[in-house]
Design a protein. Structure first.
Ligand SMILES: Cc1ncc(C[n+]2csc(CCOP(=O)(O)OP(=O)(O)O)c2C)c(N)n1
Ligand SMILES: Cc1ncc(C[n+]2csc(CCOP(=O)(O)OP(=O)(O)O)c2C)c(N)n1
Ligand SMILES: [Mg+2]
Ligand SMILES: [Mg+2]
Lengths: 327, 322, 327, 322
């Protein structure tokens, strides 16, 4: 019978099961060992797997990410934990110029089976350098897969798939999701990379949202259903390769699309989703697609300003009303 | 040793201590949020080093920056208001604890990417040299930043171009939960890192404000003489957790260890110097503490009573508009 | 009377004039001094301005870019030359977390007036690590302006504006443009940041293209006009802030849009331009917008493969025919 | 000294020399494009170091990688075909001169981001240690990579975790047009950089293939003994320009300087050793050279006659497809 777990526990289980299954898998990052992880995701790992497989690193993201890439080239299966993806910018050259390209440059001789995971997006009042959603950058790069699960179940199933995937996978979590609870199918299961999930079905409008924003979208959909607007809520779960088929099918049914993303608007992933949907289903659209996004400003520290910078239930509801002309 | 001088150093250190104890209370009351990294235990480093420079010199630090900002003379009310996220804060509430800036006092900011501000410090020093001003730059960072690549790139540039920057490594033995032995290959001699760039480097007792000031004065002279950067490894200790999210003594260090270090509390040491040298009485010190308590209470009141930023402030200061 | 200059000479003039005008301006980067610039853009600079203002650096992009940001904070006006933008990935944390955010985090107390310039995009057979178009990444970040001129005249006028701008400006050139010639208005002139230019007017279709791709688009337009298809070709020149008005006006007239970009398709700038145009002019569009982009693969070394990876005249012509249903 | 041994070292060095002279010709004929960085003058470093390791050890280098790849035993035909961008190239024509890879021979690649492969080398060493194999990793890079941040982060990790990696700095005095004095603060002693991480480091005459091999053997032993990484600073010189775009003696060095160094041409030095020690005659060496010339001509023919990749190859090898 399924278990109720937090997102954090689901990630912990996924890594634990995979590390038990495959001795080539190891975890490396800042504070992942004796500290149990900055956000306690690797609780108990160094105790179970020992410091050879659970490695605390100095604060050198390029160094230890590059080290993990090299280890993957030699046949290991590293899981790199970035304390947050903000710090991943320092490892970006390693990720983009090495991890993503080595297979291609070597004409298929080498491969880089690894997962780079950690929280992206804003938490509460961590300010500009610690509150960024950078998934669009990673999605832009050929050779990478990008995953951003919203629920404990998806987090577990997709992380297990990511660890088994023979390619470099960017796995984006969220600090504000770690404590959220949900039913997780127990025992052995994986979720295929590249499949979206219809999280709520409806006929009036399609809402595409991922990571934290899925929860916001579902709340909005709930509220809207009270006054008779049935929103279909789709979570791509994998951002790249994107499951466009599922999204387009829904849009063909509803004729209306709202895309919710927490990151900056200009050149955000939502722009690509919109472009793809317009190209695939223009004639089915009864209204222009509406994007609900973070504001195009560095994240302010002050609470009221931060709240105003991030999409919330009210903004999603307003967008749905506009796209359905129910204003 | 001069009475007024030592008492003023004590006042500065006690101000930081008191200010941060208050901040912790305010954090518990959810008046302050986000990350709050306390400097308690390390006050002698900021106060000693900053006491050795001129008002037109530059100071820059990491996210554990309340101490440096207050030692530079910023208004405690504006600093507290910033922690509260209020419009009257140093940065209008946009920066918060990790990003205090007081440009007027040449406090060029706290930065939250470990090591990321070290190249900036080198650039401030470059500007001083370029403009043929004789300013120096004090750049504070934790020992955890020492292995980071941008730090090394900056060390090399500073040494290569003989820039007037003083690197002050606050070696408090831990980077979050990681002891220096597990972070830096040559942990026993962090200053050696600087020497491998031909940078003159010395270690100092970071609990002794007078020693820190003396070494910084020496460093300033060397820098003014055009010999290029100087590296100070200040041996200190953080009495509180890494941040409010971290207990004072996590798994990574024992209660006993913390107690041991508390015996060398920099305020205690200076107190003793003052009293044993008859430069001040317990009463003098108590008087200072009372005065500072009032300053901090006033700071909290100011922060409390200040308004949050107007909604439109979300969109200002992104760009310089002409 | 206007002079014919190469793109390289135009950049050289722009920097030279600004360095003569303002002693706060200095040039820093790898080989910019005694070597005259890896691509000879700063020819004669160290001789004229001396090594204090023309600084050769070690191979430490994060270090010298961060140094320049610090210098800008202290009131100087640095021009950072990245030998190529591929290496800028190593300085990205400095650019994104410091240059772009310092003004905001300081509540307006500090500013970072600087230009970060160098060639982006592919040259000939430089392979995966040296052939990337990363403008979409920079465009995503609030606090940065992004410019990518295609002609010598635009390069000169916009670089002068960028150097005078009080904000951090990303200025993207192209190795394959350095040798191209064009008329450049002589004497003192600047071109305002944020203004697109209609490079060719027409009524049948709008083509938006920037940097190298503008030349490809113009060739295609020329060929198309021979069989009576008049394309209006617009060069945004400044990618952020984007001059949407000029693009939308044209689209309202032609009803058809083709966007040409050299970079990777998924999450490329073209997706954002398409999204913005759909949102602003959906009812004016007689066909779905077509994007002509680089292929979503790391750049191969082999010539025929590289040619196939980058948009060319034929592909632009084909796209125009499709969007105008003239196939 | 053993005749067969020295002659085979000579053959390897001559093969690299001849192969690259041919590549330059082919570049002039536009059979090869992009960046072509010749190793001519530095052959003794790759040949000497690689002669000291086992087939199952790892080798990784920067973009000036023809020498390391050929010294590792890769088929000159496949290497030349790669430079031609042909389907029969080591990497199917996708990598080119800067990204040669021969996984079978544990040549893990040439990389074009200066210093960017040094963390990879550290990871290969990590894998060897993790799997309890006793392999070592040879990581070649130019002195220009030494100040780079990722190099330092890798040095620290390698030292901290005692990883079996041998860092071989090919100090040819220039990074493009920048002399080492203007790039590295402590240019006079680059090895000091490694020592500041507690890494054992030594300098060697990079023109003397036997000296390079001897030091590398010593390094391998130390690494096998579990004492962690070793750093070799090989003093060498590039006889040609930085790349085909750069003249042999640009503004940054004189014709005379190049001539001076050419007197210590590593092939010349080994020739002398062989002849003066009567281990081989001029005739023996000529015979080797004739044989190698044929090999290189055959390599060019193979490259010439090979087809370009099929168009669909553009889309393969992006991901491992299961
Ligand atoms: C590049 C980067 N990586 C990781 C972090 C998360 N982090 C914040 S503080 C810290 C420890 C820093 O230790 P140290 O430099 O010694 O400073 P201290 O906290 O001891 O004053 C870490 C890992 C960060 N802020 N930046
Ligand atoms: C990070 C980065 N910055 C700049 C360049 C451009 N570049 C290519 S080679 C080179 C010089 C490298 O010199 P060195 O490391 O000494 O190697 P050598 O060419 O002398 O063998 C430079 C600056 C690059 N490839 N990567
Ligand atoms: Mg510390
Ligand atoms: Mg060199």
């Amino acid at each position: 019978m399924p278990q109720e777990l937090t997102y954090r526990e689901a990630l912990n289980q996924a890594m634990r099961e995979e590390m038990r299954r495959d001795p080539r898998v190891f975890l490396i990052g800042e504070e992942v060992g004796y500290y149990q992880g900055a956000f306690k995701v690797s609780k108990g790992f160094v105790e179970e797997f020992g410091p050879q497989r659970v490695l605390d690193t100095p604060i050198t993201e390029a160094g230890f990410t590059g080290l993990a890439i090299g280890a993957a080239m030699a046949g290991l299966r590293p899981i790199v934990e970035l304390m947050t993806f903000n710090f991943g910018i320092l490892a970006l050259d390693q990720i983009v110029n090495n991890a993503a390209k080595i297979r291609y440059m070597s004409g298929g001789q080498l491969s880089v089976p690894m997962v780079i995971r950690g929280p992206g997006s804003a938490a509460h009042q961590l300010a500009a350098q610690h509150s960024q959603s950078l998934e669009a950058w990673f999605c832009h790069v050929p050779g990478l897969k990008v995953i951003a699960p919203a629920t404990p179940h998806d987090a577990k199933g997709l992380l297990k798939s990511a660890i088994r995937d023979p390619n470099p996978v960017i796995f984006i979590e969220a600090q504000l999701l770690y404590g959220t609870k949900g039913q997780v199918g127990d025992g052995e299961f994986t979720i295929p990379i590249g499949q979206a999930a219809v999280k709520r079905s409806g006929r009036d409008v399609t809402i595409v949202a991922y990571s934290k924003m899925l929860l916001v979208a579902l709340e909005a959909a709930e509220a809207l259903s009270k006054d008779g607007l049935q929103a279909e809520v789709i979570d791509p779960r994998t951002l790249k390769p994107l499951d466009l088929t599922t999204i387009v099918e829904s849009v063909k049914k509803t004729g209306r699309l709202v895309i919710v993303e927490e990151g900056w608007r200009f050149c955000g992933l939502g722009a690509q989703i919109a472009d793809s949907v317009y190209a695939a289903a223009l004639e089915y659209l009864d209204a222009p697609i509406i994007r609900v996004t973070g504001e195009d400003v560095p994240m302010p520290y002050s609470r009221p300003l931060e709240d105003a910078a991030i999409p919330d239930k009210a903004r999603v509801i307003a967008a749905v009303r506009r796209v359905t002309y129910r204003t | 040793m001069d009475r007024a001088d030592l008492l003023s150093l004590y006042r500065q250190m006690f101000l930081i201590r008191r200010f941060e104890e208050k901040s912790a209370e305010m954090y518990a009351l959810a008046k302050i949020a986000g990350f709050l990294h306390l400097y308690i235990g390390e006050e002698a480093v900021a106060v000693g080093a900053i006491a050795a420079i001129r008002p037109d010199d530059y100071v820059i630090s990491a996210y554990r920056d309340h101490g440096h900002c207050l030692a530079r003379g910023s208004d405690p009310g504006k600093v507290m208001a910033e922690l509260f996220g209020k419009a009257t804060g140093l940065c209008k509430g946009k920066g918060g604890s990790m990003h205090l800036v007081d440009a007027e006092r040449r406090f060029m900011g706290g930065y939250a990417i470990v090591g990321g501000h070290i190249p900036l410090a080198t650039g401030l020093a470059f500007a001083a040299k370029y403009q043929q001003h004789d300013q120096v730059v004090l750049c504070f960072f934790g020992e955890g930043a020492v292995p980071s690549g941008h730090a090394h790139e900056a060390f090399n540039l500073a040494a290569l171009w003989k820039l007037p920057v003083i690197f002050i490594c606050e070696n408090n033995r831990y980077g979050m939960g990681t002891p220096v032995e597990r972070a830096i290959a040559l942990y026993s001699n962090v200053a050696e890192t600087a020497r491998s760039y031909g940078i003159m480097a010395e270690r100092v007792d970071g609990m002794d404000v007078l020693a820190v000031r003396a070494l910084t004065q020496k460093a300033v002279e060397q820098v003014h003489s055009g010999q290029g950067p100087f590296f100070i490894e200040a041996m200190t200790y953080r009495f509180m957790g890494h941040s409010m999210a971290d207990p004072a003594h996590g798994h990574y260090r024992t209660k006993e260890e913390v107690e041991e270090y508390r015996k060398r509390d920099p305020l205690l040491l200076l107190r003793q110097t003052i009293v044993t040298n008859r430069l001040g009485t317990e009463a003098d010190l108590k008087a200072i503490e009372r005065e500072v308590n009032d300053v901090v209470d006033a700071a909290v009141r100011f922060a409390e009573e200040s308004p949050f930023p107007e909604p439109h402030e979300l969109y200002t200061d992104v760009m310089v508009e002409e």
